[in-house]
Ligand binder design. Structure first.
Ligand code: PDD
Length: 297
């Protein structure tokens, strides 16, 4: 367990970190969050993550608890205190604490919580050897573009996946098209060398990793298409993978009972993954403040 959490202005022992029982995040899931990966001592794509955090806050009329510069200073301080060179930082902002009432109360201060987790990405079996996903109906609300802490349908689908001995669930809409994973964006590579991911609308999250992948993929010999694809098309695909801050680029080698290719990460996915890892490592070299501050691997 990490040593410290940041809660409303204090670096608190993680085991004692707490918010008020009337916090609206607890009462109503009235809050948003971000997850930023840290690789080799640098935050990956911090600015786009903070852009999205600001968009999520604005969508729900929650005020920012502090400036972006202050937020990034707290992020750096917390990973340094917790010695996180490789891992994740979770930033959660709720509307704040107020007597219970469904309507948004006026003039309350938002609650800001940050926690960290160490992850050794390049040793994770599912990232390196590929993972199994199940498919299940997408029962979430119509504003999945907002990164809200209201994640119950995602938790239900992920639990269904775990019970089926899988790592992730890909969700599908009423048309049978894959929307995204419970905590990742979904991609396929077709037999005619097309790289496909669903276009961004209100029913998926605009993944930061997804946006970076789109930019990096233009360097590879694949035709990129942003369009819906069905569960059937995914199962017939040559390769598949997921992207997110927590999974980086994770090959998908099985969808429900269908094994893709020979059951190992495909050629294109491995190349895309390696390109993304390089991107992370280069970012790591450029903004190496954590290493300079003496954080441990
Ligand atoms: N999840 N779609 C959903 C529903 C997500 O929750 C996430 C991220 C993504 C990928 O977004 P990004 O590439 O910006 O991480 C797509 C985070 C990691 C989580 O909930 O833990």
């Amino acid at each position: 367990m990490a040593r410290y959490a940041y809660v409303d202005g204090r670096y608190t022992a993680h085991q004692d970190a707490a918010v008020h029982v009337e916090d609206r995040g607890f009462q109503f899931s009235d809050g948003v969050y971000e997850v930023v990966a840290r690789v080799d001592g640098a935050f990956i794509d911090m600015e786009p993550h903070l852009d999205r955090l600001e968009r999520s806050l604005a969508s729900l009329e929650i005020s920012a608890p502090m400036s972006r510069r202050a937020l990034s200073m707290v992020m750096s301080e917390l990973v340094t205190r917790n010695g996180v060179r490789n891992g994740l930082i979770y930033i959660q902002i709720t509307r704040g604490t107020a007597p219970r009432d469904h309507a948004f109360p006026a003039n309350i201060s938002p609650t800001l919580v940050m926690t960290t987790k160490r992850v050794d990405y390049f040793k994770q079996k599912k990232i390196m050897a590929g993972c199994k996903v199940i498919t299940t109906p997408d029962i979430r609300w119509a504003r999945c573009d907002i990164k809200t802490v209201s994640l119950l349908p995602n938790c239900m689908a992920k639990t269904e996946a775990r019970r089926a001995d899988a790592d992730e669930a890909w969700l599908y809409d009423a048309a049978g098209d894959v929307t995204e994973g419970t905590s990742c964006n979904a991609w396929i590579v077709t037999h005619d060398d097309r790289l496909i991911t669903r276009g961004v609308t209100d029913n998926i999250l605009r993944g930061v990793t997804r946006e970076t992948m789109i930019a990096l993929a233009s360097e590879l010999s694949l035709t990129f298409e942003e369009r819906p694809f069905s569960v059937a098309e995914a199962k017939a695909a040559r390769e598949a993978f997921s992207t997110s801050a927590t999974s980086l680029v994770t090959p998908v080698v099985q969808i429900d009972d269908t094994i893709l290719g020979n059951g190992a990460p495909g050629l294109f996915t491995s190349r895309i993954q390696e390109r993304y890892f390089d991107y992370c490592r280069q970012n790591g070299c450029r903004q190496n403040e954590c290493r300079q501050n003496g954080a441990q691997a």
